[in-house]
Design a protein around this ligand. Structure first.
Ligand SMILES: NC(=O)c1ccc[n+]([C@@H]2O[C@H](COP(=O)([O-])OP(=O)(O)OC[C@H]3O[C@@H](n4cnc5c(N)ncnc54)[C@H](O)[C@@H]3O)[C@@H](O)[C@H]2O)c1
Length: 257
């Protein structure tokens, strides 16, 4: 029988801001399965809360890195190389858009806001993958977080929908590039979950309400739903899966009305 056992594996998890973060639920389940976790937080403001959370994990390491800064990304991977050695799993659970660009008319999105949203939420997967791959000496699994607004219109989600479309396309292109090295790259398309980021989207309440009302399972998504799928993608249970976007949305995306 297949046993889920990640002991001896190192996982780098980007995007923990607080206990509601999707990244945190994934870090916990990977740690419970035996992986050693490196938690990457964005900036000094998040150091203390993330440090407090990390005490719930087995022997976790903390790293600071803003993914818009190449020097920080290079320094991060030097630190990981010396403190963790190799990497088997990377979780990219990062997104950002200016609050003003998450509501109103999409056509009003400014040039800088568009650029920033796509840089943080989509482009960053490229250097994150490239640098991590150098430490993935025995294959690996990279997991990104996306949302159905990549292909359908959710009023208020605006430029973040564009960013998710770019992210999903990047998942496919990176999967093709890194497949020969047995590095798999997939995305989880989660239904609405209450987090720091989701709450600033105007229209978020409606998105959640419609998911609950119209999804086949008739409920919203939990952090545990997402973490379970991330665990599957992180292990050899998903050894034949790469370049995929897996919906964890209570079935919402299959419905016509
Ligand atoms: N919450 C939802 O409903 C939902 C649904 C589908 C997908 N997602 C995606 O899940 C991911 C995680 O979001 P969340 O909902 O857990 O919210 P969150 O606010 O807890 O996490 C977002 C993280 O991104 C980090 N981040 C932003 N800019 C960064 C930068 N420049 N450098 C490094 N880190 C940076 C933040 O520090 C934060 O930790 C995002 O990609 C989001 O789009 C969320």
């Amino acid at each position: 029988m297949f046993q889920i056992d990640l002991s001896g594996k190192n996982a780098l998890v980007y995007g923990v801001a607080n206990h509601r973060s999707i990244a945190w639920s994934i870090a916990k389940i990977l740690s419970d399965a035996g992986a050693r976790i490196g938690l990457v937080y964005q900036n000094d403001r998040l150091r203390e809360p993330v440090e407090q959370l990390s005490s719930e994990l087995n022997d976790a390491l903390l790293f600071e890195c803003d993914v818009t800064d190449d020097d920080q990304l290079v320094a991060l991977h030097k630190d990981i190389s010396s403190q963790m050695g190799s990497l088997s799993i990377v979780v990219h659970s990062i997104a950002f858009a200016d609050r003003n660009d998450l509501g109103g008319d999409f056509s009003n999105t400014g040039r800088d806001g568009f650029r920033m949203a796509l840089e943080v939420s989509a482009f960053s997967l490229l250097p994150v993958t490239k640098y991590a791959s150098e430490l993935m000496t025995d294959g690996g699994s990279i997991i990104a977080m996306t949302f159905l607004a990549s292909e359908r219109v959710f009023p208020g989600y605006n430029v973040m929908g564009t960013a998710k479309a770019a992210l999903e396309n990047s998942v496919r292109q990176l999967s093709a590039e890194y497949g020969p090295r047995n590095i798999r790259i997939n995305a989880i398309s989660a239904g609405p979950v209450d987090t720091l980021s989701s709450r600033v989207i105007s229209g978020y309440r409606d998105m959640k309400k419609f998911h609950e009302e119209r999804s086949p399972l008739g409920r919203s998504i939990t952090l545990e739903d997402v973490a379970g799928t991330a665990l599957y993608l992180a292990t050899d249970l998903s050894s034949g899966v790469t370049g995929a976007v897996l919906p964890v949305d209570a079935g919402y995306s299959i419905m016509g009305i």
